[in-house]
Write a protein that binds this ligand. Structure first.
Ligand code: COD
Length: 160
């Protein structure tokens, strides 16, 4: 069974993430969306909220599972019998960070492969940070995130 892992902060999940999830889930038997801590970012949404958003959005996708994890990605991969990490690339700026991560992970566990998927051109400008900034000022995020979570994002971030 080919098990792939798509790790991220998903703070919150965007349509760009969702596009990668849909395309990656066609390449494996099971895709695990792993909600991990990125120590260089302080999240706006709690781990519970980020996992709940993903579960709402991914309902009905049979070979996709959402699992929270704190620790090293390579340890999570081993625990889940997963072989391949999926990463999304938007621009050259993503490449530098992701390239370093892929090499670090390969060094920690030589059995792990990282598969890079190019962004869908529609979402090449889209990031969780942009969504949070726009939502906090009451801007329109309906084209940026799945509709099920739009109101929940405004409720938490919109400045009163
Ligand atoms: N289109 C395509 N891809 C996208 C888009 C988009 N619009 N937006 C984001 N992505 C991709 C990102 O490039 C990334 O691959 C993925 O989606 C998730 O993005 P984020 O921003 O939600 O998540 P990150 O980048 O903060 O996640 C970083 C991790 C949590 C994966 C990383 O810090 C990690 O592996 N942490 C665990 C500890 C560890 O093992 N560290 C490594 C050794 S030091």
């Amino acid at each position: 069974m080919r098990i792939f892992v798509y790790p991220g902060s998903f703070d919150p999940v965007t349509n760009g993430h969702l596009d990668i999830i849909d395309r990656a889930s066609k390449l494996c038997d099971k895709l695990i969306v792993a909600v991990l801590i990125n120590r260089s970012k302080s999240p706006a949404f709690t781990m519970e909220e980020r996992v709940s958003f993903l579960k709402q959005v991914l309902q009905g996708r049979n070979n996709v599972e959402v699992i929270p994890f704190s620790g090293l990605l390579v340890d999570f991969m081993k625990q889940q019998n997963a072989t391949t990490v999926i990463k999304g690339l938007r621009a050259v700026s993503d490449f530098e960070y992701e390239f370093q991560m892929a090499l670090l992970n390969k060094n920690l566990d030589p059995n792990i492969e990282t598969l890079f998927m190019m962004t869908n051109i529609k979402y090449s400008y889209l990031s969780s940070s942009a969504v949070k900034e726009i939502a906090s000022y009451g801007g329109d995020i309906r084209d940026l995130v799945p509709e099920q979570i739009v109101d929940q994002i405004y409720n938490k971030l919109r400045k009163k």
